[in-house]
Structure formats: C-alpha cells, structure tokens
Design a protein around this ligand. Structure first.
Ligand SMILES: CC(C)(COP(=O)(O)OP(=O)(O)OC[C@H]1O[C@@H](n2cnc3c(N)ncnc32)[C@H](O)[C@@H]1OP(=O)(O)O)[C@@H](O)C(=O)NCCC(=O)NCCS
Length: 186
C-alpha cells in the first residue's frame, strides 16, 4: 500500500512517527484541547489513538495524518480523513477531522491542512461526499468546517459513544458533496 503524503504551503501531512507519540499525549492531556471530549486522555489512551491512526494509514494509504510544520519539522497534531468506528446515522461515511496542540491554534493550520485533505478525498479517492461532526458547543471546529465549504445539514444526532443526555452527546452534522466542492473552487 502506497502511503499518501500531502503537502501545503506550510505543512506536511504524513505517516506517524514514534517521536510524535509523546507530543500527541501532551496534546490529549490538555484540558483546553479536550474541552469538547468526555475527558482528557492518559499516555496509554493517547498512544492507542496514535497507533490506530498509524495502522489505518498503513492499511489504506490515507487517514488522520500526523501534521508537521515544514519549516521547523515540528509535529502539531493530526488532520485528515477517517471512517468513524461508531455506528452513526450517516454510516458508512468518510469524515474530515482535526486536533492540534493549543500553541498552533489561530494560525490557519487546521484549515490549510484540511483543504488539502478534502482535495485528496475528491480527486484521488473519488468520494462523492465528505462529512464532519462535532459536539454542538464546539464552535471553533464548526468554523473550520465552514471555512472549508461544508454546510450544516441541521440533522443533529446523539453520538452513540456518549451516554444519552450527556452534555456533549448532541452533535452537529456538516457535509460537502463533490459537486459542491467543485463549485466552491476551494
Ligand atoms: C478545532 C481546531 C483544529 C481549530 O483550530 P483553529 O486554529 O481555530 O483553526 P484554523 O486553522 O482554521 O485557524 C483559523 C484561525 O487562524 C487565524 N489565522 C492566522 N493566520 C492565518 C493564516 N495565515 N491563514 C488563515 N488563518 C489564519 C484565523 O484568523 C482564525 O482565527 P480566529 O479563530 O481568531 O478566527 C482547534 O481548535 C483544535 O484542535 N481543537 C481541539 C480539538 C477539537 O476540538 N477537534 C475537533 C473535534 S470534532
């Protein structure tokens, strides 16, 4: 399986490396980064996600890529595409997602990387549609979705991995089709 690497003006989206794991664990233990997740993660839980991302990329050639700044070589988190494991009302689907170290927010990195991932999903994977979802209160993530041209379907759903009635369980669902993406010229 050939592993895809994506490049943007400032960033490289690549396969995970062992050195990324401790930095990713720091990211996942940060209360601000994890504000919209049920709880921060410990090293073991964080490594399991990094490992899952790495294996997914190994098997398919694409996924939630480790993202680094080209100029410094610094790992800043992940951006990319994934097939959610949980059974969602929209499954099967390919989602676009992101999680960056707090120091690297507010610089346009998530949108820059995700724009390239979206291009890959339509031009190389030839998907017809890409979705994204997050808890209702995560407006920062929704702003990235909107910058990319995804639209709110207003088909909110309860995430099956969270207990019913949990403060974070209601999720918004955003989508973009290939023809919408082509029309936007993004
Ligand atoms: C969601 C998340 C990736 C968004 O990061 P972000 O940095 O706000 O998103 P972008 O990369 O689109 O950056 C946009 C911001 O960078 C600013 N910016 C600065 N330089 C820029 C540049 N050269 N180009 C574009 N934007 C730039 C924009 O003005 C905007 O600022 P604003 O937030 O004050 O409006 C980040 O908050 C995060 O990792 N959150 C925790 C994990 C999470 O919730 N993930 C989603 C779960 S579903």
């Amino acid at each position: 399986m050939k592993i895809a690497e994506l490049e943007t003006e400032r960033l490289l989206l690549r396969q995970w490396k062992e050195q990324d794991f401790p930095v990713f664990a720091k990211l996942n233990s940060d209360l601000e980064v994890m504000e919209y997740f049920p709880k921060p993660l410990n090293r073991e839980e964080s490594d399991a996600i990094a490992q899952m991302c790495e294996s997914f990329i190994l098997e398919r050639g694409w996924g939630f890529w480790a993202t680094e700044i080209k100029e410094s070589g610094k790992f800043i988190g992940f951006v990319g595409l994934h097939t959610p494991k949980a059974t969602l009302p929209i499954s099967p689907c390919v989602e676009i997602g992101w999680r960056l170290l707090k120091n690297y927010w507010g610089k346009g990195y998530a949108s820059e990387a995700a724009r390239e991932a979206l291009k890959y999903s339509f031009e190389i994977l030839r998907l017809n549609e890409v979705v994204s979802f997050t808890t209702v209160s995560n407006v920062r993530s929704q702003a990235v979705m909107e910058r990319l041209g995804l639209r709110n379907t207003h088909q909110n759903f309860e995430h099956p991995d969270l207990p019913k009635g949990h403060a974070l369980s209601e999720h918004v669902l955003y989508k973009i089709t290939k023809s919408e993406w082509q029309k936007n010229g993004l």
